[in-house]
Design a protein around this ligand. Structure first.
Ligand SMILES: [Zn+2]
Length: 408
């Protein structure tokens, strides 16, 4: 029906007799990450004219600084010249429920098409695409950028190839099996090149069952989390390259918390900067008014350790934490369950360094070499659970996942 609707709309002869219908899974690379940009836009303002002073120039230029965050999510074909006539997926991957690949769910007879585009080139392409977009939609200069938690994955998209007879000729019409809409017709019977058939058994994601290394109790099933508390023996673990690493979580005494990375920042120039008081000499308007009790605490850079659908608010929160240094009343216990701790330390360092640059932009003094921080120069940090009052962000982040896992 979808095929005939397309043919009718294009004034072509209907399928009448279908010789064959082949079902394909066509691969696309998906690149997604939380994109952050700090942009200085030039704003033109109309100044009030003071006739007594006879100001000739009534227009002033000023710089407006903006912290922008978005979920960057693009798909790029993973095959070249296969003849499916698809140059883009045409839909945002976030709009489609995605499931981790499971061969048992693939209908019998379906052909899985091999990717033949190198994924390294896709990363470069995606990042270029992001910077082109950023420059296109923003008037101004991008001062700093960061891409946090970027992932590249393969999406297999379902396509029907309907081969039908028209007089003595065969024709093929392609149908998007998700939208149930035909999108192209070609002459001849479509055949996939031999090199594009998937011959290797695809790798399947099987959520691993986590068990407490101490007492053996089953740990909660959280396929995207790096953190696993044991409700039985009250110990807590982070995933480590060779198993688990026990941690002693510190949390705010609150019923709504979320995990954050924090990194102590120590800078040496003519003076040593280590405590909140030291840094209040640089970040004058942010830190000078903090409570007295905080002044001798070490100064930390913060990064959220969870994914959020609203990247702008997520980034602003990290900036607020840097300015409020809210770490003086934490207790050592298992925190209440919040969003999954899913951001690795290296990604968090990148975020923390980005937020530092943003905070320092307004201060001329801070542009000196001794105040430059990059993710490689930060020491190892720790995880703390801090109150997250933004109910909307909290509930969305709790339910945020990039792919569905079918449990068996
Ligand atoms: Zn246990």
């Amino acid at each position: 029906m979808a095929a005939d609707r397309f043919l009718k709309e294009n004034g072509l002869a209907l399928t009448t007799s279908v010789n064959r219908a082949d079902f394909y899974y066509v691969p696309f690379y998906r690149f997604c990450g939380m994109a952050l940009d700090y942009i200085a836009s030039t704003v033109v303002e109309q100044q009030q004219i003071d006739f007594n002073e006879e100001i000739a120039d009534s227009v002033v230029l000023s710089k407006k600084l903006q912290l922008k965050g978005k979920n960057f999510d693009v798909t790029i074909p993973a095959i070249t010249d296969a003849g499916f006539g698809l140059t883009t997926l045409g839909i945002r991957p976030a709009a489609v429920p995605l499931y981790s690949f499971c061969p048992a769910d693939i209908p019998a007879g379906a052909k899985i098409v091999n990717a033949n585009v190198d994924c390294g080139s896709i990363v470069q392409l995606a990042q270029n695409l992001h910077s082109v977009n950023t420059n296109l939609y923003n008037q101004g200069k991008v001062l700093y950028s960061a891409m946090i938690g970027e992932q590249i994955s393969l999406i297999y998209f379902p396509i029907w190839a309907l081969i039908h007879q028209q007089g003595s000729n065969q024709k093929t019409i392609f149908v998007d099996a998700l939208a149930r809409r035909a999108y192209a017709q070609i002459d001849g019977a479509f055949e996939l090149g031999d090199n594009l058939h998937q011959v290797i058994e695809p790798i399947t994601i099987t959520p691993s069952r986590h068990q407490c290394p101490n007492c053996g109790a089953d740990l909660e099933d959280k396929p995207f989390s790096l953190y696993y508390p044991c409700t039985n023996c009250k110990r807590a673990y982070m995933l480590a390259p060779n198993g688990y690493r026990q941690i002693h979580p510190k949390t705010a005494n609150s019923t709504k918390t979320a995990p954050f990375w924090r990194f102590p920042l120590e800078l040496k120039g003519r003076e040593t900067y280590k405590t909140v008081m030291d840094y209040s000499k640089i970040l004058v308007s942010e830190l000078s008014f903090l409570r007295k009790e905080k002044r001798d605490n070490p100064f930390y850079l913060y990064s959220p350790a969870f994914y959020a659908p609203d990247v702008g608010r997520w980034a602003e929160m990290a900036l607020r934490l840097l300015k409020s240094q809210p770490h003086d009343q934490l207790v050592e216990k298992i925190p209440v369950a919040g969003p999954d701790l899913a951001i690795e330390q290296n990604e968090a360092k990148q975020m923390a360094a980005f937020i530092w640059k943003v905070a320092m932009t307004r201060y001329r003094k801070a542009q000196k070499d001794e105040f430059q921080v990059d993710e490689l120069s930060l020491p190892d940090g720790e995880i703390v659970w801090l109150p997250l009052e933004d109910e909307n962000l909290l509930s969305k982040s709790r339910n945020y996942h990039q792919v569905n896992v079918v449990s068996r």
